[in-house]
Ligand binder design. Structure first.
Ligand SMILES: C[S@@+](CC[C@H](N)C(=O)[O-])C[C@H]1O[C@@H](n2cnc3c(N)ncnc32)[C@H](O)[C@@H]1O
Length: 273
């Protein structure tokens, strides 16, 4: 992928409209790390888009989108540079950021974006998304993103999670207590356990998984991406994932909220409880 030139006039005007820079085009210092997080995430969206049909309009769903920085830049790149037909649906339950995003889209003439102010869990879509993603969706919002992606049979699901309070506070009576007695390690193990269990569930659901640092840890410690591709996980691997999931669940006496969200969506039949 051609890296986005964040100094180009077009990108500068988008950054100003969405609040990553001031009107003079000077980037807000506290937002500089966000630039890298967005442009590096976009690399993976681009790769997925290139594998999808060119004949129809693709639908991209951004969960817990906040000010929707990633989707604005992705829209510019996919529409103007790659000349693909795309639609973006952004969901966030913060009314203020959704209103700001509506205004920014209007000012930029991006009329292929819609902004839904609601809990991800409540949203019923009228279109099937091809790619579902979230960047730093808090705690269980990452589970909701993955559940939504699986329920909607998205071809690609990508998440970079943020805090993992749920698993952290619910891991019980496990054999690594001599490590997790140190808060800093408890947090790391909770991070690893949350994303590993999510990945295993995706594999059980037939997705092929990559899990990797998508930006260097110096950019943000929350830098691990789960990238899932539908239908590419072999049956044998799905079966292994089932066993690995069960073992982890027993070892830590916990399971991610994703399981509950899938059962609400009635797509948990593949997972042995
Ligand atoms: C850390 S911000 C990340 C925003 C954006 N994705 C980014 O990277 O700039 C997390 C966002 O998740 C939203 N959020 C958290 N849980 C949510 C839920 N269940 N449904 C919808 N939005 C949620 C919050 O309102 C917040 O805007």
């Amino acid at each position: 992928m051609n890296r986005i030139d964040i100094n180009s006039e077009e990108i500068k005007s988008i950054f100003a409209s969405i609040g990553l820079s001031n009107k003079e085009g000077i980037n807000y210092k506290q937002r500089l790390k966000k630039h890298r997080q967005i442009t590096d995430f976009l690399v993976h969206i681009e790769k997925a888009v290139k594998k999808l049909s060119q004949k129809r309009t693709l639908v991209l769903l951004d969960c817990a989108s906040g000010k929707s920085y990633l989707s604005f830049i992705a829209n510019y790149y996919l529409t103007n540079v790659l000349e693909r037909k795309v639609e973006f649906i952004c969901i966030d339950y913060n009314n203020h950021v959704m209103e700001q995003s509506e205004i920014a889209a209007k000012n930029l003439g991006f009329n292929n974006m819609s902004f839904i102010c609601d809990d991800i869990f409540n949203v019923r879509l009228t279109q099937c998304p091809d790619i579902v993603y979230s960047l730093h969706a808090c705690n269980m919002a990452t589970d909701m993103t993955i559940a939504k992606g699986i329920a909607e049979q998205a071809k690609y699901i990508m998440t970079v999670s943020c805090c993992q309070h749920f698993i952290r506070s619910n891991m019980k009576k496990h054999p690594l207590r001599s490590i997790t007695k140190f808060g800093v390690y408890k947090e790391r193990i909770a991070d690893m356990l949350s994303d590993t269990m999510r990945s295993l569930i995706l594999e059980i659901e037939g997705y092929e998984i990559d899990l990797f640092d998508y930006v260097p840890a110096s950019e943000t410690p929350k830098n691990v991406m789960i990238r899932a591709k539908k239908g590419s996980c072999h049956e044998k691997r799905s079966q292994q994932a089932q066993n690995e999931y069960k073992k982890l669940k027993e070892m830590f006496n916990v399971e991610p909220k994703l399981i509950k969200y899938l059962s609400y969506a009635q797509v948990d039949k593949n997972i042995q409880r």
